[in-house]
Design a protein around this ligand. Sequence first.
Ligand code: MG
Length: 447
Amino acid sequence: MAKYFGTNGIRGTLEDVGPAFALQAAQAIGAHFKCGRMLVARDHRLTGELLRNAVVAGLQSAGCEVIDLGITTSPTAEFMLGKMKADGLIIITASHNPPEYNGLKVVDGKGISVSKERGEEIEKLFGNVKLADFGSIKPVQGHGTSAREHMDAMKALLHPDRIAKRKPFIILDLGNGTTATIAPQLLKELGCKILTINSHMDGHFPGRPSEPLEQNIQELIRMVKETKADCGIAWDGDGDRIVFVDEKGNFVVGDKVCALSVLLKLKEKNGDVVTTVATSKAVEDVASKFGCKTIYTRVGAPYMSDVMANGKAVIGGEEVGGVIWPELSLAKDGIFTAAKIVEAICEKPLSAWLKEIPAYYNVKTRVECSEKRKKAVLDGVWDHATSKGGRVIRHGDDAIRIDQVDSWVIIRASGTEPCIRIFGEAKSKDKAEALVKEYEKLARSLA
Ligand code: MG
């Protein structure tokens, strides 16, 4: 079992992911990528600069050529990885976690982020890396035009004329995150009228918690209603996750953003759709309407991008509002998802688009649980579920999904936080709530 790598890289507070640790980890990562050409990017967290310095020192001392992209969104960094054909990328980010967290997200040259399993291989190199000779240390190169290059690539995939003609009014809640480096500029250039809130990057996240949950974006919801905006958009801290508020002020959950993205993509081009076992069945229903296949993976971006790299998928997405557009990268790109949906609402309102998505009720909750107790909770859930009958499947070592007619529930040990996540879905709200309550109670008693 990997000690430090979770479902999406390494995360922790400065105590666990400090400069000495980051230096050692970066040396091991550099060696894993054969000491080649490595990109480094970071978000704007308070510990970002010190970890960046340690990561760069680690890579350089392992003999890598380092290109520093500076502060960018994760999707921008992952787009640049493909564009610059580098051997690997380290993004210093803790995504949507609280301010005191930071982490290392590691992506290989194919654009696939390093999973727990592959992380275990890297961990074996910790402390065992042969340092480069004095004469072969390479200077660090800066690269300051990533946002511009990412924007140009996105614009080439859109129809800016349609947006410029309609001039939609959009409110952006940047959550004091890195989307400030790109999202307002892109939407302005596309011809939108925009209003931004929480728009300065601030590692204290003074405006709202970084995770774009409904309870965290109440200000955006209120402003969309008051100003009669065409929609509101909110991202997490590093810009891979996105949620919407429709023109009536309704929160649009990540599953629906994902299903709508699939609908928009398949209208243009048919192909396989990749999603995780924790995503709403609405995605599969949309794909079936177009006669397209849905491929399910374990929860975690690495598993989705792995399938996408080796198959014929035209789009991928997961329930938190992360959508992969393979023409740009194999990473979740919340910036392009924003632009794509903004383009669609120039044709008809967001609420009208959402009527085309099959209605399911989703209930999501979490139960606090230490790392030590996660296995015991999952074992208990397994015993309970299998004794009741129905289709019960384990997905990897961290999730159990129980399928009944027209409803399902997944119980999953979080790979990034000390908690168990429980998501349920059904055709009726009562049924979804009852299903989630049953497993929430059980998990609580076992945690
Ligand atoms: Mg994120």
